[in-house]
Design a protein around this ligand. Structure first.
Ligand code: ZN
Length: 168
C-alpha cells in the first residue's frame, strides 16, 4: 500500500506519485505518532471520508483514507468511487473512533428527520383547516344577514311606518 502522508490518502502499490498533490508516496504507512493503523470502516464518497476525518479529528484521532482502483481521480470524475474509501485509524484509537461514529449516528437519527417532516405536514394541514373554518364562518354570517337580518330590518321599518300611518 502506498500512502501520501500529506493528503492522508492511500493508493494501490503500483501508484508512485500522489495524484492529488504529486508528492512522493511512502510504503508501510504510519500515523504521526508512528502507531500501527487498522481499518475503521468503508465509505462511498470522498465527501463522507472527509466528514469522518473532521469528526474524528475533533477528538485528535488521526485518520487515513485508502482509495481503491484508480484512486482519487476516478472519484473526482465520476462523483463516487465504485469501491469507496477505506478509513484507517491508529489501533489505539479504534474503540474511541467507533464510539464517536456511533454517537454521531445517534445525534442525527433518521427518525427525527421523519418527525420534522410529519410536523411540517401537520402544520400545513392545520393551516388548511383554519382556512376552511374561516370560510365556513363567513358563509354563516352571509346566510344570517340574508335570511334573518334583512327580514328583521324590513319588519322594523314596516312597523315604524305603520305607527306613523296610525298617528296621521
Ligand atoms: Zn498527496
Amino acid at each position: 500500500m502506498s500512502w501520501c502522508l500529506k493528503c492522508n490518502i492511500g493508493y494501490e502499490d503500483h501508484v508512485k506519485k500522489c495524484p492529488s498533490c504529486q508528492g512522493k508516496l511512502v510504503n508501510n504507512p504510519e500515523t504521526e505518532k508512528g502507531e500501527d493503523i487498522t481499518k475503521l470502516c468503508n465509505v462511498a464518497s470522498l465527501q463522507d471520508a472527509h466528514m469522518i476525518k473532521s469528526l474524528l479529528g475533533a477528538s485528535n484521532i488521526p485518520v487515513l483514507f485508502k482509495s481503491k482502483g484508480s484512486g482519487e481521480y476516478l472519484q473526482i470524475i465520476a462523483g463516487a468511487n465504485y469501491q469507496g474509501f477505506d478509513i484507517y485509524v491508529p489501533v489505539s484509537s479504534l474503540n474511541e473512533a467507533r464510539e464517536i461514529m456511533t454517537k454521531a449516528d445517534e445525534d442525527i437519527p433518521m427518525e427525527d428527520v421523519e418527525n420534522v417532516e410529519a410536523d411540517m405536514e401537520a402544520v400545513q394541514l392545520n393551516a388548511l383547516d383554519t382556512n376552511v373554518k374561516q370560510r365556513n364562518r363567513l358563509m354563516l354570517y352571509i346566510i344570517f344577514i340574508l335570511f334573518i337580518g334583512i327580514p328583521l330590518v324590513s319588519a322594523f321599518i314596516w312597523y315604524i311606518m305603520n305607527m306613523m300611518d296610525n298617528k296621521l
